[in-house]
Design a protein around this ligand. Structure first.
Ligand code: PLP
Length: 367
């Protein structure tokens, strides 16, 4: 089988799965319990927090565990905006965010905030000039993803943050880095962000764990109220098994990050070279581990099924927008004939050259 849908989710590594299992059947205490089993479970959570902090270049206390990228995005966007509502009510985001950010921004619009959604240019990235134009004296929050989940295209988070902070030093910058984390080299300081969302299941960790980096000194209000876990920001007993697997997956991926990046680049370039010999296939956009292509002869669903019958797994865009036309590609003004037959190929450092050969061969047969 050739799994090329790693932007939807990834296979959990053996060592991450072992960490999950151990946290379920051996170190199963509640991190809030004062006895030794509790302390052991607390140790697992804190070690995972430290691994994540190391990988992001921040302090462990700046990491809050969540149930995934969606919850981290909601917490950052909604509570970030509410924190600064006395200074202004204008928010900037983009048209190509994941629905976790877009729908959080819509919720804010229904509650008295004004949101500017920046459109991407044809290459899939938001233009810096457009960011500059959008900033107003009452802009309090900018939320811009690091790498797009359908095209892999990097967004100008660094420049956007610089521009906003120069005009409004009080404003907050959030980045949804779910698709960029451990696939690109960055730290929270190199990006210039105050908040950053990540998710375990995109980096070979388990589903149901994610985290939000919140710069020290930013006092968000919690979304859930209860026992005060996670510095009072996310009450509820910690998901120790999922967090254990998250920490292990981060440790593994971060220890070989430069090699993983160059290996995935090599696989992507190999695929792109091969596609040049296939006149029936058009590359729409690509970046890092993601390539979006179209086979205009067939609609997306048919291409997915034809590849699946050859044991090749890809997707038609984000997993959450199943069956719908891609709003990301629409925002990029991709022509309808390409849009309707687009598929997303997303790679991981666990893929092999054989996966690329199999895909190219299959595309050659169907295109
Ligand atoms: N943000 C981006 C860019 C994503 O690709 C995803 C996952 O599809 C999410 C957020 C949501 O993450 P999770 O599935 O962990 O809630």
């Amino acid at each position: 089988m050739h799994y090329l849908d790693n932007a939807s989710t990834t296979k959990v590594t053996e060592s991450a799965a072992t960490a999950v299992l151990n946290a379920m059947i051996n170190q199963f205490g509640n991190p809030s319990s004062v006895h030794s089993l509790g302390i052991e479970a607390e140790g697992i959570v804190e070690r995972a927090r430290s691994e994540i902090a190391k990988s992001l270049g921040c302090k462990p206390e700046e990491i809050i565990f969540t149930s995934g990228g969606t919850e981290a995005d909601n917490l950052a966007v909604i509570r970030g905006a509410e924190l600064l509502k006395r200074r202004g009510r204008h928010i900037i985001t983009t048209e190509i965010e994941h629905s976790a950010v877009t729908n959080a921004a819509k919720y804010l619009e229904e509650n008295g905030f004004e949101v500017t959604y920046l459109a991407p240019a044809k290459d899939g990235a938001v233009a810096i000039a457009d960011i500059e134009k959008a900033i107003r004296p009452d802009t309090i929050l900018l939320s811009m993803m690091l790498a797009n989940n359908e095209t892999g295209v990097l967004q100008p988070v660094v420049e956007a943050s610089r521009l906003l902070k120069a005009k409004n030093p009080f404003a907050l910058v959030h980045s949804d880095a779910v698709q960029g984390y451990l696939k690109r080299r960055f730290t929270v300081n190199s990006l210039g962000v105050d908040m950053l969302s990540i998710s375990a299941h995109k980096i070979h960790g388990p589903k149901g764990a994610g985290a939000l980096y919140i710069r020290n000194g930013i006092k968000l209000k919690p979304m859930t109220h209860g026992g005060g876990q996670e510095s009072g920001l996310r009450s509820g007993t910690e998901a120790v098994p999922a967090i254990a697997g998250f920490g292990e997956a981060v440790k593994e991926a971060f220890s070989t990050l430069p090699d993983n990046i160059s290996y995935v680049d090599k696989l992507r370039e190999m695929l792109q070279e091969g596609l040049k010999n296939l006149p029936g296939v058009t590359e729409i956009a690509s970046g890092g581990s993601i390539i979006n292509i179209a086979v205009p002869k067939y609609p997306t669903e048919v291409i997915i099924r034809m590849l699946e019958s050859r044991q090749i797994y890809v997707s038609g865009g984000s997993a959450c927008s199943r069956g719908k036309k891609s709003r990301i590609l629409e925002a990029m003004r991709v022509p309808q004939n390409l849009l309707k037959s687009s598929i997303r190929i997303s790679l991981s450092w666990h893929n092999s050259e054989d996966d690329i050969h199999a895909l190219l061969e299959a595309l050659k047969q169907i295109s």
